[in-house]
Write a protein that binds this ligand. Sequence first.
Ligand SMILES: Cc1cc2nc3c(=O)[nH]c(=O)nc-3n(C[C@H](O)[C@H](O)[C@H](O)COP(=O)(O)OP(=O)(O)OC[C@H]3O[C@@H](n4cnc5c(N)ncnc54)[C@H](O)[C@@H]3O)c2cc1C
Length: 317
Amino acid sequence: MHTRVAIIGSGPAGLTAALYAARASLAPLVIRGLQPGGLIATTSEVENYPGFVHGIGGFELADNIEQQAKRFGAEYRDTLITSIDASSRPFKLLTDDGDVITADTVIVSTGASPRKLDVPGEDRLANRGVSYCATCDGFFFRDKRAVVVGGGNSALDEGLFLTRFVTELVIVHRRDSLRADQILQDRAMSNPKVRFIWDSAVEEILGENNVTGVKIRNLKTGELSDLPTEGVFPYIGHTPNTKIFNGLLTLDENGYIAADAHQRTNIPGIFAAGDVVDHVYRQAITAAGEGCKASMEAVWYLAAQDYADQLKVTAAN
Ligand SMILES: Cc1cc2nc3c(=O)[nH]c(=O)nc-3n(C[C@H](O)[C@H](O)[C@H](O)COP(=O)(O)OP(=O)(O)OC[C@H]3O[C@@H](n4cnc5c(N)ncnc54)[C@H](O)[C@@H]3O)c2cc1C
């Protein structure tokens, strides 16, 4: 199968890229992967995506963009891409069911997955008190208590954001000192709502239908204790979904795709957008914005290629 624009990933970045390429009459093919709709589709309520006065369900938001792009000719396929051959044009994308898709341009929007604590209760209570995005979900914890797990910049930054809402924020960290920048440490240490529990790890997240607490182990003494809380925010890092691009696309020191301000990668014709590039903002709207940019660049790239091909034909005649 051949497509002019192959889009790997169906989160806000990929779906917005599809919308723009479809409206340019390019009938893009979106390879949806294991998580149709992307991370946003896994969250119940999105209150910060512009245009929805009363918020919108995450699944509904992704589904809306998907249908919107479909209306203009985007196509979807439920498979995984396992590798890209960029040694000749068109690009060859290998799927996990053994097919080869050829494409004139590729937009990579495979996202980044939050690292999990891997403890009992974490999956069961996801979106019921367990969240991986304080910027997104902090508002729902007004006048409640929350626990942040981690000791890096994200843990402190997002924890400090949570103090706008919560009555108490406990930061649980495995060590007795933080990795975060000094300025964040100073802000956290001087915030009256913040309390630290050092040398400790969360062993279990407690609660039937919603989070009611966490079980904590002191890693030095082995002592177990229960800490009541309504919210748990694991901030132990994200893993960019870039394994399959290793050796093909230039990655930064954290494994994210290195794209320029035009979403161009090191390979002409391959663009990257969304959380697979961005380890700072990680929002649906920023991912959608980059998807739009990548798609417009892909459209211009194809137009330039088509024009060059035309010139060759004219010269040959
Ligand atoms: C719990 C939670 C709540 C959130 N709430 C909000 C919120 O309220 N507001 C907000 O703005 N943001 C929120 N976010 C952040 C937001 O979801 C992300 O920033 C956004 O989804 C990133 O979009 P993306 O398209 O870059 O990647 P993703 O949404 O991560 O999508 C990645 C896509 O790539 C696909 N994929 C991966 N590998 C392959 C492969 N090899 N082949 C084919 N497909 C592949 C996946 O199936 C998926 O479709 C939340 C995040 C979480 C975790």
